[in-house]
Ligand binder design. Structure first.
Ligand code: ZN
Length: 228
């Protein structure tokens, strides 16, 4: 498991997270499904994913001979990579639109406190006058990943990063994935393979409602408006 930022949970109110560091490439880890800065190399035919700020025991490996049963598995790995997400610029909060994909910093409270990054979708923006500290707007988001997947939260700009739309362009990764895709193409003469890319689990209305109730309890009296 990649190393996240950890510290003892002795301070009740954590300070706002630092702005997201700027990796060139991000990878969604198998171990916790959170996003990390990473780079890749191919070693003895295996793809090795190395996390920024982590030791090599956190590395994740992919074996072309063992980890890919179908072209869907190749697509699923491809989807684990993307370009770096940049922090939302204070001057550009007005550019966001409902439905925009965001990546947000999220504190996981426990014995040690960890800061991880998960994706969410923007629902609404509550505009506020920008003061000396910059953007004071509040962003209502629906998490699509992580411990609060499916739930709504209101967050400030400090935790918001924008997910780039353009696909990742890393020559090492591209070659590894393209070779795999080619291999499946060649194998297809004799066998029919079905794509088995995992679809996100739909969230039922009742679960969604529960999330909202829990959230409003947690945030009372400043309860979020929820989805209108
Ligand atoms: Zn703003």
């Amino acid at each position: 498991m990649p190393k996240s930022r950890k510290r003892k949970a002795t301070v009740p109110a954590p300070p706002p997270p630092r702005r997201r560091p700027r990796p060139r490439m991000e990878y969604r880890a198998r171990s916790d499904e959170a996003w990390y800065g990473a780079r890749v190399v191919v070693q003895q035919g295996l793809l090795r994913v190395m996390f920024e700020n982590s030791t090599e025991d956190a590395d994740e490996w992919y074996d072309p001979g063992a980890d890919f049963a179908s072209p869907g598995d190749v697509d699923a790995l491809r989807a684990r990579f993307r370009q770096e997400c940049l922090p939302l610029d204070h001057a550009h909060c007005g550019d966001l639109r409902p439905g925009d994909k965001l990546c947000l910093a999220y504190y996981i409270h426990g014995e040690v406190e960890e800061l991880k990054y998960y994706d969410a979708v923007l629902e609404t923006v509550e505009r506020a006058a920008h003061g000396v500290e910059g953007c004071a707007c509040r962003f209502t988001v629906r998490w699509t990943e992580g411990p609060r997947s499916g739930c709504l939260d209101k967050v400030g700009i400090k935790v918001v990063c924008c997910v780039p739309e353009s696909p990742i362009q890393d020559p090492v990764l591209s070659e590894f994935l393209d070779d795999l895709t080619k291999k499946f193409g060649e194998d297809q003469g004799t066998a029919t393979t079905a794509s088995q890319q995992a679809a996100p689990t739909p969230i039922s209305d009742s679960e969604e409602e529960l999330c909202r109730v829990l959230l409003s309890l947690k945030r009372a009296p400043k309860s979020p408006t929820g989805k209108s």
